[in-house]
Design a protein around this ligand. Structure first.
Ligand code: DX5
Ligand code: ZN
Length: 220
Protein backbone atom coordinates (compact mmCIF):
# COMPACT_ATOMS: atom_id res chain seq x y z
CA UNK A 1 0.00 0.00 0.00
CA UNK A 2 1.26 3.45 -0.84
CA UNK A 3 1.03 6.44 1.43
CA UNK A 4 -0.29 8.61 -1.36
CA UNK A 5 -3.87 9.67 -0.82
CA UNK A 6 -6.26 8.86 -3.63
CA UNK A 7 -9.62 10.55 -4.13
CA UNK A 8 -12.51 8.49 -5.47
CA UNK A 9 -15.50 10.77 -6.12
CA UNK A 10 -18.87 9.01 -5.88
CA UNK A 11 -21.08 9.71 -8.89
CA UNK A 12 -24.09 9.05 -6.65
CA UNK A 13 -24.09 12.83 -6.08
CA UNK A 14 -23.65 13.65 -9.80
CA UNK A 15 -26.44 14.79 -12.13
CA UNK A 16 -27.70 11.43 -13.48
CA UNK A 17 -29.13 13.15 -16.58
CA UNK A 18 -25.57 13.85 -17.74
CA UNK A 19 -23.46 11.16 -16.12
CA UNK A 20 -21.05 11.00 -19.05
CA UNK A 21 -20.01 14.63 -18.88
CA UNK A 22 -19.89 14.46 -15.07
CA UNK A 23 -17.35 11.62 -15.30
CA UNK A 24 -15.29 13.58 -17.82
CA UNK A 25 -15.40 16.62 -15.50
CA UNK A 26 -14.21 14.50 -12.57
CA UNK A 27 -11.26 13.27 -14.61
CA UNK A 28 -10.36 16.86 -15.58
CA UNK A 29 -10.72 17.92 -11.94
CA UNK A 30 -8.03 15.45 -10.85
CA UNK A 31 -10.02 12.47 -9.53
CA UNK A 32 -7.89 9.34 -9.11
CA UNK A 33 -10.74 6.84 -9.30
CA UNK A 34 -14.44 7.03 -10.16
CA UNK A 35 -16.56 5.50 -7.37
CA UNK A 36 -19.69 3.85 -8.71
CA UNK A 37 -22.36 2.89 -6.17
CA UNK A 38 -24.55 0.02 -7.30
CA UNK A 39 -27.70 -0.53 -5.23
CA UNK A 40 -30.47 -3.09 -5.65
CA UNK A 41 -33.33 -1.95 -3.40
CA UNK A 42 -32.87 -5.21 -1.46
CA UNK A 43 -29.44 -5.24 0.15
CA UNK A 44 -29.90 -1.51 0.68
CA UNK A 45 -33.12 0.54 0.55
CA UNK A 46 -32.23 2.42 -2.65
CA UNK A 47 -31.76 1.75 -6.36
CA UNK A 48 -29.08 3.13 -8.66
CA UNK A 49 -27.45 1.88 -11.82
CA UNK A 50 -26.30 -1.42 -13.30
CA UNK A 51 -23.71 -2.76 -15.75
CA UNK A 52 -25.32 -1.24 -18.86
CA UNK A 53 -24.72 2.29 -17.60
CA UNK A 54 -21.14 1.48 -16.59
CA UNK A 55 -20.52 0.03 -20.05
CA UNK A 56 -21.64 3.32 -21.61
CA UNK A 57 -19.39 5.35 -19.30
CA UNK A 58 -16.36 3.13 -19.89
CA UNK A 59 -15.15 4.64 -23.19
CA UNK A 60 -15.23 8.17 -21.75
CA UNK A 61 -12.30 7.85 -19.34
CA UNK A 62 -9.27 5.72 -18.52
CA UNK A 63 -9.72 6.36 -14.80
CA UNK A 64 -10.09 3.35 -12.54
CA UNK A 65 -13.74 2.37 -12.07
CA UNK A 66 -14.09 1.65 -8.36
CA UNK A 67 -17.36 -0.28 -8.28
CA UNK A 68 -19.07 -0.65 -4.91
CA UNK A 69 -21.67 -3.39 -5.13
CA UNK A 70 -24.49 -3.12 -2.61
CA UNK A 71 -26.45 -6.00 -4.13
CA UNK A 72 -27.38 -9.43 -2.86
CA UNK A 73 -26.83 -12.18 -3.81
CA UNK A 74 -23.81 -10.74 -5.55
CA UNK A 75 -22.17 -13.70 -7.35
CA UNK A 76 -24.38 -13.83 -10.44
CA UNK A 77 -23.52 -10.24 -11.34
CA UNK A 78 -19.72 -10.27 -10.97
CA UNK A 79 -19.11 -11.16 -14.62
CA UNK A 80 -21.51 -8.50 -15.88
CA UNK A 81 -19.72 -5.78 -13.94
CA UNK A 82 -16.31 -7.06 -15.00
CA UNK A 83 -17.38 -7.10 -18.66
CA UNK A 84 -18.86 -3.62 -18.30
CA UNK A 85 -15.45 -2.23 -17.35
CA UNK A 86 -15.12 -2.29 -13.57
CA UNK A 87 -11.49 -2.26 -12.39
CA UNK A 88 -12.06 -2.78 -8.67
CA UNK A 89 -15.08 -4.83 -7.62
CA UNK A 90 -16.05 -4.42 -3.97
CA UNK A 91 -18.76 -6.48 -2.30
CA UNK A 92 -20.19 -6.86 1.21
CA UNK A 93 -19.60 -10.21 2.93
CA UNK A 94 -23.27 -10.25 4.01
CA UNK A 95 -24.23 -10.31 0.33
CA UNK A 96 -22.73 -13.73 -0.37
CA UNK A 97 -23.01 -17.23 1.10
CA UNK A 98 -19.33 -17.87 0.46
CA UNK A 99 -16.89 -14.97 0.67
CA UNK A 100 -13.95 -17.06 -0.63
CA UNK A 101 -15.96 -18.07 -3.69
CA UNK A 102 -16.93 -14.47 -4.47
CA UNK A 103 -13.28 -13.43 -4.18
CA UNK A 104 -12.38 -16.20 -6.65
CA UNK A 105 -15.06 -15.10 -9.10
CA UNK A 106 -13.64 -11.56 -9.14
CA UNK A 107 -10.06 -12.85 -9.46
CA UNK A 108 -11.06 -15.05 -12.41
CA UNK A 109 -12.17 -11.87 -14.16
CA UNK A 110 -8.71 -10.41 -13.37
CA UNK A 111 -10.18 -7.52 -11.42
CA UNK A 112 -9.06 -6.08 -8.10
CA UNK A 113 -11.00 -7.44 -5.15
CA UNK A 114 -12.47 -5.25 -2.44
CA UNK A 115 -14.52 -6.20 0.61
CA UNK A 116 -16.69 -3.63 2.31
CA UNK A 117 -17.64 -3.45 5.97
CA UNK A 118 -20.79 -1.65 7.08
CA UNK A 119 -20.34 0.52 10.18
CA UNK A 120 -21.39 -2.29 12.53
CA UNK A 121 -19.68 -5.14 10.65
CA UNK A 122 -16.67 -6.48 12.50
CA UNK A 123 -13.14 -7.01 11.20
CA UNK A 124 -13.48 -10.74 12.06
CA UNK A 125 -15.67 -11.05 8.98
CA UNK A 126 -12.74 -10.36 6.68
CA UNK A 127 -9.57 -11.10 8.61
CA UNK A 128 -9.00 -14.55 7.16
CA UNK A 129 -9.38 -13.23 3.61
CA UNK A 130 -6.85 -10.41 3.88
CA UNK A 131 -4.17 -12.38 2.02
CA UNK A 132 -6.50 -12.71 -0.98
CA UNK A 133 -7.86 -9.20 -1.44
CA UNK A 134 -6.61 -5.81 -2.64
CA UNK A 135 -8.80 -3.38 -0.75
CA UNK A 136 -11.01 -2.98 2.30
CA UNK A 137 -13.78 -0.42 2.06
CA UNK A 138 -14.80 0.87 5.48
CA UNK A 139 -18.30 2.34 5.41
CA UNK A 140 -18.61 5.40 7.61
CA UNK A 141 -22.38 5.65 7.06
CA UNK A 142 -25.06 2.98 6.65
CA UNK A 143 -24.92 2.10 2.94
CA UNK A 144 -27.79 3.31 0.77
CA UNK A 145 -27.70 7.06 0.47
CA UNK A 146 -25.33 9.95 -0.10
CA UNK A 147 -25.28 13.00 2.13
CA UNK A 148 -25.39 11.22 5.50
CA UNK A 149 -23.41 12.11 8.61
CA UNK A 150 -19.97 10.55 9.12
CA UNK A 151 -19.83 7.97 11.96
CA UNK A 152 -16.58 8.62 13.88
CA UNK A 153 -16.83 5.25 15.65
CA UNK A 154 -15.48 3.53 12.52
CA UNK A 155 -12.12 5.25 12.92
CA UNK A 156 -11.02 2.79 15.59
CA UNK A 157 -11.82 -0.15 13.29
CA UNK A 158 -9.81 1.59 10.56
CA UNK A 159 -6.83 1.96 12.90
CA UNK A 160 -6.98 -1.70 13.93
CA UNK A 161 -7.19 -2.79 10.30
CA UNK A 162 -4.19 -0.62 9.41
CA UNK A 163 -2.24 -2.23 12.25
CA UNK A 164 -3.11 -5.78 11.10
CA UNK A 165 -2.14 -4.95 7.51
CA UNK A 166 1.15 -3.47 8.69
CA UNK A 167 1.98 -6.43 10.93
CA UNK A 168 1.22 -8.92 8.18
CA UNK A 169 3.16 -6.77 5.68
CA UNK A 170 0.24 -6.90 3.25
CA UNK A 171 -0.33 -4.66 0.28
CA UNK A 172 -3.95 -3.65 0.85
CA UNK A 173 -5.62 -0.29 0.32
CA UNK A 174 -7.95 1.07 2.97
CA UNK A 175 -10.79 3.07 1.49
CA UNK A 176 -13.32 5.01 3.55
CA UNK A 177 -16.80 5.86 2.29
CA UNK A 178 -19.61 8.00 3.66
CA UNK A 179 -19.97 11.51 5.00
CA UNK A 180 -16.37 12.49 4.29
CA UNK A 181 -15.89 16.27 4.50
CA UNK A 182 -13.01 18.77 4.70
CA UNK A 183 -12.63 18.25 8.45
CA UNK A 184 -13.04 14.52 9.04
CA UNK A 185 -10.90 13.61 6.00
CA UNK A 186 -7.87 14.38 8.18
CA UNK A 187 -9.05 11.92 10.85
CA UNK A 188 -9.72 9.25 8.22
CA UNK A 189 -6.19 9.62 6.85
CA UNK A 190 -4.66 9.57 10.33
CA UNK A 191 -6.57 6.36 11.07
CA UNK A 192 -4.98 4.74 8.01
CA UNK A 193 -7.30 5.28 5.05
CA UNK A 194 -5.46 5.98 1.80
CA UNK A 195 -8.46 6.21 -0.54
CA UNK A 196 -11.23 8.66 0.27
CA UNK A 197 -14.66 8.36 -1.33
CA UNK A 198 -16.74 11.51 -1.42
CA UNK A 199 -20.03 12.37 -3.07
CA UNK A 200 -21.73 15.40 -1.57
CA UNK A 201 -18.58 17.23 -0.48
CA UNK A 202 -17.07 17.02 -3.96
CA UNK A 203 -20.25 17.87 -5.86
CA UNK A 204 -21.80 20.44 -3.53
CA UNK A 205 -19.14 22.39 -1.59
CA UNK A 206 -17.67 25.59 -3.06
CA UNK A 207 -20.58 25.79 -5.53
CA UNK A 208 -19.60 22.44 -7.01
CA UNK A 209 -15.99 23.38 -7.83
CA UNK A 210 -14.85 19.77 -8.34
CA UNK A 211 -11.16 20.58 -8.73
CA UNK A 212 -10.99 22.71 -5.62
CA UNK A 213 -12.93 20.20 -3.54
CA UNK A 214 -10.77 17.27 -4.66
CA UNK A 215 -7.63 19.28 -3.87
CA UNK A 216 -8.83 20.21 -0.37
CA UNK A 217 -9.75 16.60 0.44
CA UNK A 218 -6.34 15.48 -0.77
CA UNK A 219 -4.38 18.11 1.18
CA UNK A 220 -6.32 18.49 4.46
C1 DX5 B 1 -23.40 5.14 0.32
C2 DX5 B 1 -22.35 5.13 -0.75
C3 DX5 B 1 -21.39 6.26 -0.73
C4 DX5 B 1 -22.00 7.63 -0.84
C5 DX5 B 1 -20.99 8.66 -0.43
O1 DX5 B 1 -24.05 3.91 0.33
O2 DX5 B 1 -21.61 3.94 -0.67
O3 DX5 B 1 -20.42 6.07 -1.75
O4 DX5 B 1 -22.42 7.91 -2.12
O5 DX5 B 1 -21.65 9.90 -0.48
P1 DX5 B 1 -21.36 11.02 0.60
O6 DX5 B 1 -19.94 11.44 0.43
O7 DX5 B 1 -22.33 12.08 0.23
O8 DX5 B 1 -21.64 10.42 1.94
ZN1 ZN C 1 -19.84 3.68 -2.04
Amino acid sequence: MTNTIKISPSILSADFSKLGSEVISLEKAGADYIHIDVMDGHFVPNLTIGPEVIKKLRPLTKKIFDVHLMISPVDNFIKDFADAGADIITFHPEATKDTAKTIDLIRKERKKVGISLKPKSKLDLIEKYLDDIDLVLIMSVEPGFGGQKFMPEVLEKTERLKEIIKNKKLNIDIEIDGGINFENCTLAKQAGANILVSGSTIFKENKGDLKKNIEILRKN
